[in-house]
Design a protein around this ligand. Structure first.
Ligand code: GLA
Length: 382
C-alpha cells in the first residue's frame, strides 16, 4: 500500500513537473485563442512569444523581452491580414535593435535634459544615451529587459500580464519600482495596454509603447500618405536636442495642425527633421478619450488611439535609414513607420509647470491606452 502511494505521488510529481516545463501551449476559449512558444533565451532566461487571436481576424504576437509587440495582423477592407507593425524575425535582432520597435518604454519614456533631475532636494544623474540627454529609460531601459509573463484567456478577451522589478538605482533612478503591463486583445479589435506601478521611494515615471505602425503593412513603403488626425490644439516646441522649451504653442495655421485629418507627408518638409514632437491632447482629466486617428487609403485600415495621458509623441520614423533588415527581409527606410506614443510631456521632472510625473510610496501609477483597428469590411470595430 505504502509503495503504491509513493508511486502515485511520484507519478503526480512527474506530471506537475512536465506541466511546469511545458513551453508550448495552445488554448481556446470562445473565439479567443492563445498560443505560447519558446522564442529563445537571453540573460539566462527563456523568452516566450505569445500569439493572441480574437476570431475577427486580428492577431497580436508579443514577447516577454522588452514587452515587444512583434506582429499585429489586422484585416484590410478585403479581409486580407496585414501586419501593421515594424519588427524583426529573430530575438537577436530585437536584442541589437536601437529603434525601440514595438517595445514598452520606461522608466521614463522620452527625454530628460542632461539626464538630470532633482527630487525632494536630491539630484539624480541618469544614464545619458541620446546626445546630451537621457532617452527612453537609459542604456538598458524596459525595452531591453526580460519581463515575467502570465497569459490569460476569457471568451471576450485574451492577453498577457508582464511584470518587472526595476531595482533602486537602475539607470540612475531612485526606488525599487514594481511594474505591471497588461496587453489585452478584445473582440472589438482593440489592443489595450494597461500600465501599473508602485515604488518604495519617490521616483519619476512615464511609461509608453513604441510600436512603429504602417497600415499598408510593415516594409510596404512609407507612411506619408496616411491620413492623421490628432485631437490637440497645442504642441510642445523643442530645442535642437528635442527637449521641450516649456512653451505650449497653438498648432493653428502650422504644419503641426492635425485637428482635422491631413496626410502625414503633406507638410512634413516644413518641419525640420520631420515630426518628433509631443502634442498636448485636449481634455486631459484622467479619463479615456480619443487622442488620434489614422487612416490608410489603400488598405482601408483605420487606427484610433484612446488614452488617459496628457500627451502623445508623434514620431514619423525620421531616423530609419534602411540599414536594418526587418521582417521577411524587408528594409525600413526613412518614414516607413510612425509612432503614436501616449505619455506625459518629455523632461517633465525639470518642468514644474507640466503635469506631474512623480510617484511616491503608497501611491499607484495607473494609465491606459487602447489602439483600436477597423477596416472597410469590419463593421464591428468602427
Ligand atoms: C522617440 C523619440 C525619437 C526617437 C525614437 C526612437 O519617438 O522621440 O526621437 O528617439 O523614439 O528612435
Amino acid at each position: 500500500m505504502m509503495k503504491h502511494t509513493k508511486r502515485l505521488f511520484f507519478l503526480g510529481l512527474m506530471a506537475v513537473m512536465a506541466l511546469g516545463c511545458q513551453e508550448n501551449t495552445n488554448k481556446k476559449t470562445g473565439k479567443m485563442e492563445m498560443k505560447k512558444i519558446n522564442y529563445g533565451e537571453t540573460d539566462g532566461k527563456t523568452i516566450y512569444q505569445y500569439t493572441l487571436a480574437n476570431g475577427n481576424g486580428m492577431v497580436v504576437k508579443l514577447i516577454n523581452f522588452g514587452g515587444i509587440v512583434t506582429n499585429l495582423f489586422v484585416p484590410d477592407e478585403n479581409g486580407k491580414p496585414v501586419d501593421v507593425v515594424l519588427g524583426y524575425d529573430s530575438l537577436q535582432q530585437y536584442i541589437e535593435d536601437s529603434s525601440y520597435f514595438g517595445a514598452i518604454v520606461g522608466r521614463y519614456g522620452n527625454r530628460i535634459a542632461k539626464g538630470q533631475f532633482t527630487l525632494d532636494g536630491q539630484t539624480f544623474n541618469l544614464a545619458v544615451n541620446n546626445g546630451p540627454n537621457h532617452l527612453h529609460g537609459g542604456i538598458k531601459g524596459f525595452n531591453k529587459v526580460v519581463w515575467d509573463s502570465d497569459p490569460f484567456i476569457f471568451p471576450e478577451k485574451v492577453g498577457v500580464v508582464l511584470t518587472y522589478l526595476s531595482k533602486n538605482g537602475e539607470e540612475g533612478y531612485p526606488g525599487n519600482l514594481k511594474v505591471k503591463v497588461t496587453y489585452t486583445l478584445t473582440n472589438d479589435n482593440e489592443l489595450k495596454i494597461d500600465y501599473e506601478a508602485t515604488t518604495d521611494k519617490p521616483t519619476v515615471i512615464n511609461l509608453t509603447h513604441h510600436s512603429y505602425f504602417n497600415l499598408k503593412g510593415a516594409g510596404n513603403g512609407d507612411i506619408l500618405d496616411h491620413q492623421l488626425q490628432i485631437m490637440a490644439d497645442d504642441y510642445l516646441p523643442v530645442d535642437p536636442t528635442l527637449i521641450p522649451t516649456g512653451e505650449l504653442r497653438a498648432v493653428k495655421q502650422s504644419a503641426m495642425d492635425f485637428t482635422t485629418p491631413h496626410s502625414i507627408g503633406s507638410r512634413i518638409k516644413q518641419v525640420e527633421g520631420g515630426y518628433d514632437h509631443t502634442w498636448v491632447l485636449n481634455d486631459y482629466n484622467g479619463k479615456m478619450r480619443l487622442g488620434a486617428k489614422v487612416t490608410e487609403p489603400a488598405s482601408g485600415i483605420t487606427m484610433k488611439v484612446f488614452t488617459d495621458q496628457p500627451g502623445i509623441q508623434f514620431y514619423s520614423g525620421n531616423f530609419l535609414d534602411g540599414t536594418v533588415t526587418g521582417k521577411n527581409g524587408k528594409r525600413y527606410f526613412k518614414h516607413f513607420g510612425f509612432c503614436l506614443e501616449t505619455q506625459h510631456y518629455p523632461d517633465s521632472p525639470n518642468h514644474p509647470e507640466f503635469p506631474p510625473v512623480v510617484l511616491k510610496p503608497g501611491e499607484k501609477y495607473e494609465t491606459h491606452t487602447v489602439y483600436q483597428f477597423s477596416s472597410g469590411n469590419n463593421t464591428k470595430a468602427k
